[in-house]
Design a protein around this ligand. Sequence first.
Ligand code: FMN
Length: 331
Amino acid sequence: MIPGVDEKYPTVLAPLAGWSDSAFRRLCKAFGVDMVYTEMVSADGARREQEKTLALAEFGESERPIAIQLFGAEPETVAAAVRIIAQRQPEFIDINFGCPARKVIKRGAGGALLRDLSLLQTIAEAAVKATNIPISAKLRLGWDGDSINIVQAAQRLQDVGVKMLAIHARTQSQHFKGWPDWSFIRMVKKAVTVPVIGNGDIKSAFDAKRMFDETGCDAVMVGRAACGNPWIFRQIKGFLDEHMEPEPPTCAERLNVCLQHFDLAVEIYGAAQAIRTMKKQIVLYVKGFPNASDLRKRILALDSCEKMRRVLLEQLAVFSQKVQTNSAKMI
Ligand SMILES: Cc1cc2nc3c(=O)[nH]c(=O)nc-3n(C[C@H](O)[C@H](O)[C@H](O)COP(=O)(O)O)c2cc1C
């Protein structure tokens, strides 16, 4: 069990750089997610108390329980960043040992550390010693298919006091390609006593059930499938707790939630930032609409929050009208 989470089948929002910001995390909480992670935060930037870096670690009380995720390549830098981040009192401070992004690997951080388990362990130990807040870690299976070392890495992390592990069941070199091999999550679960979170290609409530059943994991972590689709957390809960068939949201529901998301982003970040960061999210909410292609082009061309709201409300009126006409027909 994850400390502080009582649910039988806990769900977790994955750290998603550029996506899992405070507005999105709050929205996912409203849809029942049990725990959230921030986007990855540079330990170097945090240690230097860079404003932009620390902004990524900001969160509202309603987002708890939350893990603030750091990435870094040197034990001292990570420890210094942990001390600064700890002032925010998150439930966990997470260390990223899986990111395959070139700029992170080049610095020797993220997934690069899977090639050097001694350094990975030393970084985790330095983080544990720097704070009383539980340290967690998020990992991939290994550097590549020939060097899978996840069980060893997990045991080493537990040995130095890491309190929770999240495993994306791909190697670093796979990036997001190929199938994740969930059997390694099961192996880790058997090899350690700390809670293990299963991650990789959970796209539906059915997948979430399969992840729990096949791996025995303590929680499921959803990343990409939650983008433009925070309903997935409600669907997983409904399916696993009450055997409810997951119902897809209607276009009108999608637009309503999209508007809420947009308003939250404007409230938290201000209009200028919200219009910049929200377009890609809004495009996902309208994916699959009958007029998605035109709508997408219109959305991407908008340059103000007022125009964005107008377009979304216009669409909402169209779909709400359709719903009314259809229900009238049924009567
Ligand atoms: C756009 C994007 C950004 C990501 N950012 C992070 C990150 O900041 N930290 C991290 O540990 N993983 C990050 N990941 C990996 C996800 O947390 C997750 O492990 C991966 O997407 C697999 O889960 P999924 O199949 O549910 O998406 C990112 C993935 C994507 C697609």
